[in-house]
Design a protein around this ligand. Sequence first.
Ligand code: SAM
Length: 278
Amino acid sequence: MTLPPFQSSVQSTTVSFDRISDIYDTTRALPAGISEQVTETILNIVSPTSETKFFETGIGTGRIAFPILQRGYSYTGVDVSDKMLDELRRKLQGINHRATLINADATTLPFDDNSFDVAITVHVFHLISNWQKALAEVRRVLKPGGLYLYSHGRMTSATDITQDQLDFEQQWRTILASYNHQVTRFGATEEEVLDALLQQGATLETIVPAKWRVDLTLGDLLKRYENRIFSAAWYIPDDIFPRAFQDLREWSLQHFGSLDYDLSHEAKFKLTIIRNWG
Ligand SMILES: C[S@@+](CC[C@H](N)C(=O)[O-])C[C@H]1O[C@@H](n2cnc3c(N)ncnc32)[C@H](O)[C@@H]1O
């Protein structure tokens, strides 16, 4: 089961998360125990010392960085959204940390070559149209022999998606197409990034540090769409959105029967460890 591809009608070179910085953590946080598992997995892979320098492009509110910063490691992050960075700065208040947070674009990093021991990118390459340049920048700032940890970040991968989710997403795209709007994909797919890394001679190992159950009803899912919490919804013109959403709501109630319809599913955090590349 796979989703049909997005139309690649790029309208922007990057997607800042300014507009949802205040709700990012409540809508995207990993469950507490899961966040711990992800952090422990990263630290086991890296075996950091107090000298280790972490770097993350698109650090956001620190979903991945914060628990590592709490443990006292040196961690530099860039993001194009000041508001996302401010959320992370707020969480770091009162904590003895070694964070360097800079507003910068992934495609032009303000660092010297060979600056970091570990680079991390989570759920950001799908947002950057010139993702090849962003990848080249990660490689440039990574020390020779450095580790790169990549997570495309969609927690339910296209191959694991349930038929119900597939029907829902497909219907949303069909409705939008009826209003002459194609859902936009800005940046890379996971396959494109991993293929590029392989072509550059890197060694890849993909692991799943954590799996968990997401409890979700049709009503919950419709609320998320209505509130436009997903970046793909930010570029639907405002004159189309309310009508398209109303169509989606009507179709969903007819198709699934009730707002209480159970759309719970398994989510997983997938991480690719990239070696022999820096
Ligand atoms: C989906 S969030 C992920 C944040 C974090 N990595 C996480 O996993 O929670 C994507 C982040 O990338 C940032 N971003 C998007 N395009 C960027 C770019 N070209 N350069 C730097 N940051 C970018 C957004 O502002 C947002 O904070």
